[in-house]
Design a protein around this ligand. Sequence first.
Ligand SMILES: NC(=O)c1ccc[n+]([C@@H]2O[C@H](COP(=O)([O-])OP(=O)(O)OC[C@H]3O[C@@H](n4cnc5c(N)ncnc54)[C@H](O)[C@@H]3O)[C@@H](O)[C@H]2O)c1
Length: 388
Amino acid sequence: MNEKLTKQTIGVGVAGTGFIGPAHIEALARIGVRVIGLAENTAENAKLKAAELGIPRAYDTFEDMLADDDIQVVHLTTPNVLHFPYAKAALLAGKHVVCEKPLAMNTTESGELAKLAAEKKLVNAVNYNLRMYPLVQQARSMVQKGDIGNLFIVQGSYLQDWMLLETDWNWRLDPALGGTLRAVSDIGSHWLDLMTFVTGLKIKEVYADFKIFHPTRKKPSKPVETFTGKMLKPEDYIDQEIHTEDYATILLHYENGVHGVLTVSQVSSGRKNRLFFEINGSKSSVAWDGERPNELWVGNRETPNQILIKDPALVDEKPRETISYPGGHAEGFPDTFKQMQKKVYEYILNGDYDQTPDFPTFADGHYEMQLCEAIEKSAKEKTWVKIN
Ligand SMILES: NC(=O)c1ccc[n+]([C@@H]2O[C@H](COP(=O)([O-])OP(=O)(O)OC[C@H]3O[C@@H](n4cnc5c(N)ncnc54)[C@H](O)[C@@H]3O)[C@@H](O)[C@H]2O)c1
């Protein structure tokens, strides 16, 4: 069936169209892949969103979307709790699946999904889209070529401020919807995935320190959309106990004796979405700030430091694949979605699923869940925890 699929005939269904669902839809439009229909939390919402986004079909339920034979690929952009049941149902219905991170709520679920996707020989991707920034790919290439030398230290942070106020609220604060971790699984897992991708190294053990700065938050009695930052009146809130971390610092022991440290926070005022990493090796260092994604800092001991800008003429061959525009023409967050889906759909349409995918898969999503569980255990038990 898949050999006959082309960009003209392949059909996509998207479940969940809040903040990030439309980013998937936009990316698919940019690469010429048709989104046929969408499912939402209610049939009415699906109709509204389909009209707003110009999507032909609005399904009453997710099951209706799976029953549509015109759909071969399902994108899951719902709250975390739905990733496992929806991904499992989609795989059992014979659909390829692109799932948002985190892949599931725990390793039992993520392990089952990785196994099922492999058994079914269906394409599976987890949207660790930050890998697709061209200069992240360049950092990886430089590590692979030996430009950095033997790696010593991997350090950095992922800081946001959208949970700073006690009145800030989102479904991610509810463990039943988001999981028992918050800052670590929501944004920390992006950083951890990126560092495994860039260094090629797995983490052997972790030691984590967590803090909840708002043990009680004011939850709006009405729904609030992600990142809209709307202010309600005092009588619109109810007090809610919080059990997930606002902040974490995690010590990391990688393979090959590489040491690392990551700080994650959703309460760092002024930091909107600042993912930063720096890798120090025996020859040089490399550093990147996700809020200035078109610049890569290269640190040298005996020659001047450099800023490499995103320019297809200046980067290595592999990173060039993720660049669409010449130097000086900034590419950013939405472009990572485009570049990721470009790779996913080339792979789906190529039809040879024995090839190693050039994008993050359910196996990577499962590894991230293993890390998350070890980090949570370490924070609770105040001890180093090994990764299985
Ligand atoms: N890769 C990234 O950069 C990135 C960025 C943001 C969010 N995410 C991930 O995307 C997912 C969604 O996050 P968001 O910020 O867009 O949340 P959101 O709350 O803005 O959107 C979620 C959407 O899912 C819908 N939904 C709820 N129940 C549903 C159901 N039963 N069936 C279908 N749709 C349903 C909601 O109505 C809403 O429209 C999360 O897993 C999050 O971790 C990833």
